[in-house]
Design a protein around this ligand. Structure first.
Ligand code: GLN
Length: 314
């Protein structure tokens, strides 16, 4: 496909996304996030061949929020191995909101998956036994190739003042002996990693790393093991959009993770990484413009994971 063609698809995508912004709202349950401008929209596509397509507010910084769950899972899997990680956290879609604790209390003795708060707080409790938040920050800087990634102190403080529910989840996990580390330390680590501020460009860079099997294209260095990438992308496809994961997977077929700061991280395997910023969210807490425009991009660029592919027997 010609580069101009892709650029015009991207411009159409922005128009399509802009068309639905008014139906969503910025997150308000973390007071600091309510200050975001809901009309912002930035989209970056970084391809495996080295092309970069960018439009809109791609340099704006926003807090990564739940997309940090993907980095945390990558680091945990590469540090502890999948057996130990999945002993504590399951891999099933929960069908509940991201901050739900009912299914944890009633239906299971393990968080359903690492993409919801209960699972990610469990992962954070494992990481905090081995790493400092500075180590986590450095990891994020490395996988996003941006040394400027830093914690947004105002968002961190704001969430710490309103995180009773996450603390409740963490204490419930402790009561079930899923968390070994100190509960408060685990919640702080989790909230700090959620408060790291990134750009759409950062998310596209990280997406490209995952699309390229964990090997950084600019240096040829492997940053994440191949096995971890496969596990993480599968979990993103089945659980990355919370209780909207099934519908989103049907529509786009692109493993994606959202955050309530307005970010979306999408990975079209062997093809491209996509980073989106748009703080107007749908009722499930996913970037409303991004969800809409990814459906269009997937169709236009043939990115659905289950699209018919050529297969030739030698
Ligand atoms: N820090 C946020 C929380 O725990 C992350 C949620 C999200 O992005 N969905 O509520």
């Amino acid at each position: 496909m010609r580069l101009e063609e892709i650029m015009s698809i991207l411009e159409n995508a922005k128009r399509i996304g802009r068309g639905v912004i008014r139906y969503g709202n910025v997150a308000t349950y973390i007071p600091e996030l309510a200050k975001a401008d809901k009309n912002k929209l930035g989209i970056c596509l970084y391809t495996i061949d080295g092309s970069r397509f960018e439009t809109g507010n791609t340099d704006d910084r926003f807090t990564i929020q739940s997309i940090s769950k993907v980095m945390a899972l990558c680091l945990a899997l590469d540090t502890f191995g999948s057996e130990i990680v999945f002993e504590r956290v399951g891999v099933e879609p929960s069908g509940e909101a991201f901050n739900s604790l009912v299914e944890l209390d009633n239906r299971s003795n393990r968080p359903f998956n690492p993409m919801i708060n209960s699972g990610a707080i469990t992962i954070a409790s494992m990481l905090v036994s081995r790493y400092s938040i500075e180590d986590m920050q450095k990891y994020m800087q490395d996988v996003c190739e941006d040394p400027e990634i830093a914690m947004d102190e105002a968002v961190f403080q704001s969430e710490m003042e309103t995180c009773a529910r996450n603390k409740a989840i963490a204490y419930l996990l402790k009561s079930k002996n899923i968390i070994d580390s100190d509960v408060e330390d685990s919640v702080v680590f989790y909230t700090q990693m959620c408060a790291m501020s990134v750009t759409a460009k950062n998310l596209a860079t990280f997406g490209l790393l995952l699309a390229n099997d964990g090997i950084q294209i600019s240096t040829g260095k492997r940053l994440i093991t191949s096995q971890t990438v496969r596990l993480v992308l599968t979990i993103m496809l089945t659980c990355g959009m919370y209780d909207g994961s099934g519908e989103f997977a049907l529509k786009t077929g692109i493993p994606t993770k959202s955050g309530v700061g307005g970010g979306l991280l999408s990975v079209a395997q062997n093809k491209m990484g996509i980073g989106i910023y748009g703080p107007s969210l749908d009722e499930k807490g996913n970037c409303i413009a991004g969800c809409e425009l990814l459906g269009y991009i997937s169709e236009a660029l043939n990115l659905h994971i289950f699209n018919k592919a050529e297969w030739k027997e030698e």
